[in-house]
Design a protein around this ligand. Structure first.
Ligand code: SF4
Ligand code: SF4
Length: 433
């Protein structure tokens, strides 16, 4: 893997300092105020970053990048398994079928490739059972988007208990394979590499720093953008095999599960519960504010995805998201509404807790102004006083995203009042008088 791994606070988003021109665009894009620009270069405060990639999307200099698993890292395993996000099916235009994409993945080096749509459907059926068994609290919030889980841990700690404690499909699929493959192949589990193919960097974060598992069942995540050229090449090689196009479905794709890559896809299969889907970071935070304020209790399930339109809007995909969305809708229609997963099997796994979290999602460690409570109170008062004296322009010239954050940085010792050119001017005028 080419990512740096730490147990607790792994991050996939990094800045290449030499490419940064200090334009401060990322400052205002970051929803958690995790970026500062100092000496003309941006830096990320790891404790505040949720790996949403909003900064990566907006940077005009390509200075912000994500670390995902490299294809070469697969060499560490004797047997390589791919579990692609269903977003991958929307990347190659309407003439390429999911089975051809799965075959192309086999051709470029994976020993086995698993379609995730049936596991998405399984997750949906298990969610229905969980909601039936647990009438409170409301609403539960799905855990599929790792960025949403991180926002809740950091900004809405009181909602941690409302995260639906069922693992997302990628982890369930990997857990099933970890259970059956070592026995069927006669290989030790660590020789089998199970890799997710992802449209966003947040999945690699959830693999390296899982919020609800002791250890992820996945070994890494390769970005769609990185693997795309090889898949295209492999698809070209099979172009003459036009028969393939008529063999669909060779794998039994689930229309219910295929739609999971679109906003609203996770809740579409629910039969007897009231559910709402929200996408985009700002709308997600607006709705979480409402839930934290005690609203929306008449909703059973809230599906939040921070990428626009759902995972299909992930920053690591290749296809224009509107075209990808349209292709996935075609596939959903082609696969139909019928269930491909047996509800009795789902029930059995659900009641054995096979699909559940290992532990509840914990709130993130707080970032107090000081470890000593009395000093922290004193610093909070000082912060308010400094903030009141700042011009409230929130211009970013100081290198912090807004005046309040600069005041906070000053009392923490990371910035100086002189960093604000307007505060300086006011001070100079006073001195002259
Ligand atoms: S958007 Fe941020 S990282 Fe990119 S060049 Fe501007 S200041 Fe640097
Ligand atoms: S990834 Fe998101 S939270 Fe982290 S620095 Fe970028 S915009 Fe901020």
């Amino acid at each position: 893997m080419n990512e740096t791994k730490t147990e607790k606070n792994f991050h996939a988003i990094h800045i290449t300092k030499d490419k940064c021109i200090g334009c401060v665009r990322c400052l205002s894009a970051c929803p958690t105020r995790a970026i500062r620009v100092q000496d003309g270069r941006a830096r990320i405060i790891g404790q505040l970053c949720i790996d949403c990639a909003e900064c990566l999307r907006i940077c005009p200099r390509d200075a912000i990048h994500s670390h995902t698993t490299s294809f070469a890292a697969l060499d560490a395993f004797d047997y390589k398994v791919a579990i692609p996000s269903t977003v991958l099916y929307g990347q190659f235009g309407s003439s390429v079928l999911p089975n051809e994409i799965l075959s192309a993945l086999r051709r470029i080096g994976f020993d086995e490739v698993y379609d995730l749509s049936s596991i998405c459907e399984l997750n949906c059926a298990a969610t229905e059972e969980y909601l039936n068994d647990h009438p409170r609290p409301r609403p539960y919030i799905t855990s599929t988007c790792p960025v949403v889980v991180r926002i809740i841990q950091r900004r809405y700690a009181s909602l941690c208990g409302q995260i639906l404690p069922i693992e997302p499909p990628r982890e369930i699929a990997a857990k099933i394979l970890r259970t059956i493959l070592p026995k069927s192949l006669g290989l030790p589990a660590e020789r089998i590499g199970i890799i997710h193919i992802t449209p966003c960097p947040a999945k690699i974060v959830s693999i390296n720093s899982p919020a609800s598992l002791a250890k992820s069942y996945l070994d890494g995540a390769i970005s769609i953008r990185d693997i795309f050229p090889q898949v295209v090449k492999a698809l070209r090689k099979s172009e003459e095999d036009s028969l393939m196009r008529h063999l669909f479905p060779e794998t039994l794709f689930s229309g219910i599960g295929m739609g999971w890559s679109l906003s609203g896809g996770e809740i579409r299969g629910l039969k007897s519960h009231r559910a709402v889907a929200v996408s985009g970071i700002q709308d997600t935070m607006r709705v979480l504010d409402q839930v934290e304020g005690g609203l929306l209790q008449d909703i059973d399930l809230l599906e939040c995805t921070v990428c626009p339109d759902g995972c299909v809007g992930g920053p690591l995909e290749v296809e224009n998201r509107f075209l990808a969305k349209s292709r996935i809708l075609e596939l959903v229609a082609a696969a139909g509404e019928h269930a491909v997963v047996d509800q009795k099997d789902v029930s059995r796994l659900y009641h054995r807790n096979f699909l559940s979290f290992d532990h509840p999602v914990p709130p993130a460690e707080a970032r107090p102004l000081d470890l000593d409570p009395a000093t922290a109170i004193r610093k909070a008062k000082l912060r308010d006083k400094i903030d009141a004296g700042l011009p409230q322009k929130d211009c970013g010239i100081c290198g912090a995203p807004d005046c309040r954050t600069l005041a906070d940085d000053i009392v923490r010792g990371y910035a100086r009042l002189e960093d604000c050119p307007f505060a300086e001017t006011a001070k100079t005028k006073k001195e002259k008088r």
